[in-house]
Structure formats: C-alpha cells, structure tokens
Design a protein around this ligand. Structure first.
Ligand code: SF4
Ligand code: SF4
Length: 282
C-alpha cells in the first residue's frame, strides 16, 4: 500500500492514469481506437442517465447490451464502470468513485465491491523501485500507453537496468521530465504499441497469451532460428514479439540497442532542451 510520499500510480497526475486492473486491456479488441470509443460512449451515457445509485442497474444493463464484451481472458472482469474522468479524455478511471459523484461512493454495486476496488494495489507498486515509477510517470503522458507500461514490470525494469548499467548510475527521474531525454524514453516505451515485430494474434498481451480461461507465458524459440537467447529476450516478450527469421531478431536487437545508446549518449552530454524551431539541441 503506498505511503504518504509515494506515487499514486493509478492516478499520478492530471495528464494520464491507469485502468488496467478494471479490465481495460482485456477486451478482445483493446486497440486505442476501440477503447477510446467505448469509454467515451459509456462516460456520456453515465452522465446523461445516472443521477444516483438507483439508476446504476439500468446503466449496466444498457452497457452490456450495446458493447461487445468479448474478452481475451475470461477470468479477468471487464468493469462497465470504467470511463473517462475528465472532459479532455486524458484520465481513465472509476465513474462510481466519490470524486465523480459529489462525495458519494457507489463502488459497492460493482463486481469487485467497494473494499477491493479501494484497496487494490497491483504488483507494480511493490516491484518497481520508486525511481523507476517516477521515471515512467515523468515520461508518459498518454493514458493508453501509460497503463500498458506501468503494469509491465519486466519492460520497465529491463530498460532502466540496461540504461543504468551503461551509465554507471540510475538515471535521475527529474531529468526525464522534459526535453530530449523524456522524448527518448517515451519513444522506447512506445514500442509497446508500435513494434515492427509485434505478433498479430489477438490473444497475446506482452509475455502472456490466453486460451479462454487459462493464461500461459510465451517464449521465443531461438533454437529454431539458429540463435542463442537474446540478451533482450524479456524486452522482446514484453513487446509481444514474434520473429520469423534470424535476421528479424538481429534487426530487433539493433533497434533496442540504438534506442538505449541514444538515451545514454544524451544523458551523458547533460541537459537537453527543445530548440527555438522545435529541433532538439543538446
Ligand atoms: S493496474 Fe495498478 S496502477 Fe493500474 S489502476 Fe490497477 S492498481 Fe492502479
Ligand atoms: S467499480 Fe471497481 S473495477 Fe469498476 S471501474 Fe470502479 S474501481 Fe474499477
């Protein structure tokens, strides 16, 4: 459970938030466009039709009748009360939360119930070091990408382990708040949604793949490609990779290496700023 000085990973600041444990990415179609449309429609319906808890039954019924509830993994519930918390659609979150309902907490009607919803802190709270948490929060201002990354402990840990090893020290999260360093970290984490070797299978999410009510851990068969296990294996799995050839693995390694090298090189050079015409200068 976070202490008074810890980062609240679920709602860290007004620029983004996470809704992963409410089932956000568990829909069969969890593309950005699909989730954006889904959350937009249900948020509008909530504000138009829910005055108090007596309206929630009709709301839930309507949502489950108009939305596709096809899931990746049957065991994880996709909550119908997850929506947008702000009119700019920068923060996803719970429409039943007291902050959204003039102080009235209506989460007791939900599938998990008020206590679980209120008291749940995912493994990222425990396994990511405070500086790793801060580094992610400082570099990603996009709810869709933020939720995917902050819950991917392997990806975050591997990236910062490799950069820290190359630098001889952990990167200072304060230096990642703006400019080129922020942009370079953001570009690396964006591989999570735009990665040339991403498997097209809908039942894959990072290193997991789902088979109805079961989930399994994927692996990359380097033997059949005539290769040793890549030193970026954990990153590749987090990026939902599928490789058809040895050449593809080598190209993927080059992309990751270059990304890390660019960050390390600019970090070593010192402060980075965006130049007058939007061109980065270091
Ligand atoms: S997955 Fe973790 S960070 Fe995201 S909403 Fe749940 S508890 Fe918060
Ligand atoms: S009711 Fe619980 S599971 Fe549903 S959106 Fe709110 S916090 Fe998430």
């Amino acid at each position: 459970m976070p202490g008074p000085h810890d980062i609240h990973l679920c709602q860290p600041d007004p620029r983004k938030s996470c809704g992963a444990c409410c089932g956000l990415y568990n829909y069969k179609d969890s593309s950005r466009e699909s989730l954006e449309a889904r959350l937009d429609a249900r948020t509008t319906l909530f504000h138009d039709t829910v005055r108090d808890r007596r309206d929630l039954g009709a709301f839930a019924k309507r949502i489950t009748s108009i939305e596709s509830m096809e899931k990746r993994y049957e065991v994880i519930y996709c909550c119908e009360y997850l929506g947008f918390l702000d009119k700019e659609h920068r923060r996803v979150g719970c429409l039943l939360h007291p902050s959204m309902n003039r102080g009235v907490d209506m989460r007791d009607v939900s599938f998990y119930g008020r206590e679980l919803c209120d008291g749940h802190f995912c493994p990222s709270y425990h396994y990511l070091a405070p500086w790793e948490q801060e580094a992610v929060v400082n570099t990603i201002d996009d709810w869709y990408l933020y939720g995917l990354v902050i819950t991917d402990i392997d990806l975050v840990k591997e990236y910062f382990r490799l950069t820290a090893e190359a630098l001889g020290e952990a990167p200072d999260p304060e230096r990642l708040k703006s400019g080129l360093l922020k942009d370079l970290v953001y570009r690396f984490f964006s591989f999570k949604i735009a990665w040339p070797f991403r498997s097209p299978e809908a039942n894959r999410l990072g290193k997991y793949y789902f088979d109805g009510s079961q989930y399994m851990i994927s692996h990359i068969d380097y033997d059949s490609l005539g290769l040793e296990r890549s030193s970026f294996d954990k990153i590749f799995l987090s990026l939902t990779s599928r490789f058809a050839s040895r050449d593809e693995v080598i190209r993927a390694e080059n992309i990751i290496e270059k990304s890390i090298e660019a960050f390390v090189s600019h970090y070593r050079k010192g402060d980075s700023r965006i130049g007058d015409r939007g061109v980065y200068t270091v």
